[in-house]
Write a protein that binds this ligand. Structure first.
Ligand SMILES: CCCCCCC/C=C/C(=O)SCCNC(=O)CCNC(=O)[C@H](O)C(C)(C)COP(=O)(O)OP(=O)(O)OC[C@H]1O[C@@H](n2cnc3c(N)ncnc32)[C@H](O)[C@@H]1OP(=O)(O)O
Length: 661
């Protein structure tokens, strides 16, 4: 039982109310035993907590994920769980919404027994054995709260954690407040639970998070402009896969495959690199085995330098250095080494997948699989199809992503695909804001206050400033052959900020070199500190260019960075890179740390109001006519002209107006 029907939250609810139902079960004179198989989530677990006993199958999972929907467990969950397992463990489960296995639920005391047999049959037998036992002590609502001496401290820490994790989300904080009320008599605690739930239930944040829930499922129903889609294309089985190139990304991908139970050939060309990768991958896998408490066959992975092992695989994921010539050469080699039916996938983050496909003998079997670092943690996968990718190849990559526990989004090939394409105008605006008077920490603080996991400059330092530098060189914006120097503020006819290039030229590549936009404790450090050198460098730059620094407020930072990103999102839709705006929101929430409680950039644009987004872009365009990314997209204009329809109707307008776009 996975809880309430979330779709019902946006329409009048029918059927009996859950709280009195659970109370009636608990108050009943007959013993009621919950038999839990599969899932007991949300209202499902709350119902089980109202029963007198709980028996779970060993494969069952239990949890209170309401917080991920912008809610709290409001059918007594915040009052019964702390009474049953204590405040610290209940707070952890309720604030994070994480699921626990049956084994862990037994250790925590949530269930009374775990069985390998049919839980229903075991529960019936169990019920017979307790039929004469008094029930008084089995009614959780009557238990006194288990208040440890340091409860105030525990609650304070939980609140701090909720603020920190939530990044502006209300529900985690409300979860702590509701659990805190479990120190009161049950009926008073329930009143508090209901009060907090009423406040959240109608909140824009809850609506946005529920939109995220359905969006992450909707992208599984992918389609391509040629009409191929999820329900008319068949995925191939992947019995064995290969990962070529065992740098950071390749190692993470190999770990994902093994965790999904897929045998992997992990290949490198250099012995030293192979050994280093073997050590890291095995350590990561052993850590996962301990964490998940699962038996994992570590022999599923074979490390090798020899290409001959590639003959036996159904799919290759190439993760070598981000260099088009190198990748093309490798793809040409793979064409002759691999079986003719083997799918060839590239983990490029922005190279042209169509070009890679032409280097092979089987362009129809080439797709991009863009993982996000760290590949074994981030849930997003962009599956990039080319003009020649077969529906079967796309279906297989999408299916594989699902097996790996990812949310896969099918996107058409274009520079930067979706995520990095939308990121470019955002990063660009941040650079211009520095020129105009802001500091990296002012820009980052505004973005983090909005809820982004990391501001643009901290994020760039983490990924490595050389990544963007290489892309700008490849695009002919900087590097040898391009006029250099402090005075270069225009490129290819438009405003261009060379600040990031100048920083890179100083050898400041981010965390890995111990300095970038910030200063770190040393190479590989993570603690970003404002750097007086960067401030002096920016002042000198502005002086040389005759730029008068001005005070830039939080609102301008947000509008310039976020609206430029959203504007590019509209262009992505115009170009039909994806078939539904929800895809852009999923990519940003899962891959770029966009706050889920705002729904994602496109949903957020709808909430702010498309006329406002358009109006502010028009204003900034007038002030900065030399920045093309601030020019409002045709689609945004068209949607505003049509009265700003809700997001699920945008595509109708794209189809309707495609000839005019
Ligand atoms: C003042 C009001 C008081 C109200 C008190 C109410 C108290 C109770 C509150 C709740 O229970 S809130 C809901 C809590 N439960 C959840 O959040 C669980 C959500 N679901 C999941 O985590 C997963 O779906 C799953 C159950 C673990 C299954 O995962 P799986 O990967 O196997 O399948 P999916 O692709 O995720 O889902 C399949 C299909 O089912 C739809 N769906 C799943 N759960 C719900 C749900 N709770 N409500 C409505 N629909 C649900 C999902 O959207 C998929 O649909 P399609 O995309 O295939 O159409």
């Amino acid at each position: 039982m996975s809880g309430a029907d979330i779709r019902e939250f946006s329409r009048p609810m029918t059927g009996p109310a859950l709280v009195p139902l659970i109370d009636a079960i608990e108050a009943g004179e007959k013993p009621v035993v919950a038999a839990i198989e599969g899932m007991a989530l949300g209202g499902g677990l709350e119902l089980a907590l109202g029963c007198h006993y709980r028996i779970a199958h060993s494969k069952a999972q239990l949890g209170l994920p309401e917080v991920t929907l912008g809610l709290i467990p409001a059918a007594g969950g915040t009052q019964r769980l702390p009474r049953l397992i204590g405040f610290p463990a209940a707070l952890d489960m309720i604030i994070t919404g994480r699921r626990v296995s049956a084994g862990d639920a037994l250790k925590l005391g949530i269930v009374d027994q775990v069985t390998e047999r049919n839980a229903g049959e075991v529960a019936v037998a169990f019920a017979r054995s307790v039929v004469d036992c008094p029930l008084v002590s089995r009614r959780l609502s009557t238990w006194p709260p288990l208040c440890p001496a340091d409860l105030d401290n525990i609650l304070q820490m939980a609140l701090a954690r909720a603020w920190q994790r939530g990044r502006g989300a209300l529900a985690p904080v409300a979860c702590v407040q509701a659990v805190q009320a479990a120190r009161l008599p049950y009926s008073q605690g329930m009143q508090q639970e209901q009060k907090l739930m009423s406040m959240l239930f109608a909140s824009p944040q809850a609506r946005a998070l529920q939109y995220c829930f359905f969006s992450q499922r909707a992208v599984g129903k992918w389609s391509m402009p040629n009409g191929a889609c999820w329900d008319n294309s068949t995925a191939r089985p992947i019995r064995k896969a290969a990962v070529i190139g065992l740098g950071t990304m390749g190692r993470g991908i190999a770990v994902c495959l093994v965790l999904a139970g897929i045998p992997v050939i992990a290949m490198e060309t250099d012995e030293k690199q192979l050994e280093a990768a073997r050590r890291v991958v095995m350590a990561l896998l052993e850590k996962e085995v301990q964490k998940l408490a699962v038996g994992l066959h570590l022999g599923l992975i074979h490390f090798t330098l020899e290409q001959r092992y590639l003959r036996e695989v159904d799919l290759v994921i190439e993760a070598v250095f981000e260099d088009l010539a190198l990748k093309k050469q490798l793809f040409a080699e793979l064409s002759s080494v691999c079986h003719p039916d083997t799918l060839l996938c590239t983990n490029t983050s922005q190279l042209d997948v169509d070009q890679l496909a032409t280097a092979t003998s089987r362009p129809d079997l080439v797709v991009g699989m863009h993982f996000f670092a760290p590949a074994n943690k981030i849930k997003l996968l962009e599956v990039v199809f080319t003009s020649r990718s077969s529906p079967e190849a796309v279906a297989t990559a999408m299916q594989l992503g699902k097996w790996l526990g990812k949310v896969s989004v099918a996107v058409a090939n274009c520079p930067g695909f979706v995520g990095n394409r939308m990121l470019r105008p955002y990063v660009e605006q941040a650079g211009f804001l520095l020129e105009e008077g802001a500091t990296p920490e002012q820009v980052d603080s505004a973005l983090e206050h909005f809820g982004l996991a990391m501001g643009v400059f901290r994020m760039s330092d983490l990924s490595g400033l050389d990544v963007g530098w290489r892309v700008r060189k490849a695009a002919g914006l900087t590097g040898p052959g391009v006029p250099q120097g402090q005075l270069l503020q225009t490129q290819q006819g438009y405003r261009y900020s060379p600040l990031a290039d100048l920083i890179c030229q100083k050898g400041r590549l981010g965390q890995k070199t111990g300095c970038g936009w910030y200063l770190y404790e040393g190479p590989g450090g993570h603690m970003a500190r404002p750097d007086p050198w960067v401030h002096a460098f920016l002042e000198e730059y502005r002086r040389v260019h005759g730029l008068q620094p001005r005070s830039i407020g939080q609102q301008e930072v947000l509008e310039r960075c976020l609206f430029a990103l959203i504007n590019e999102g509209f262009r992505v839709l115009e170009d039909r890179i994806v078939m539904d705006p929800v895809a852009l929101d999923v990519i940003y929430v899962l891959g770029y740390g966009w706050p889920a409680h705002t729904g994602g950039p496109m949903y957020y644009a709808g909430e702010v109001g498309l006329p406002r987004v358009l109006g502010r872009l028009e204003y900034y365009q007038r002030v900065h006519p030399d920045i093309p990314h601030l020019r409002p997209s045709a689609l945004l204009r068209q949607l505003v002209a049509k009265g700003s329809p809700p997001i699920h109707k945008w595509m109708w307008h794209i189809e309707e107006g495609s000839s005019r776009l």
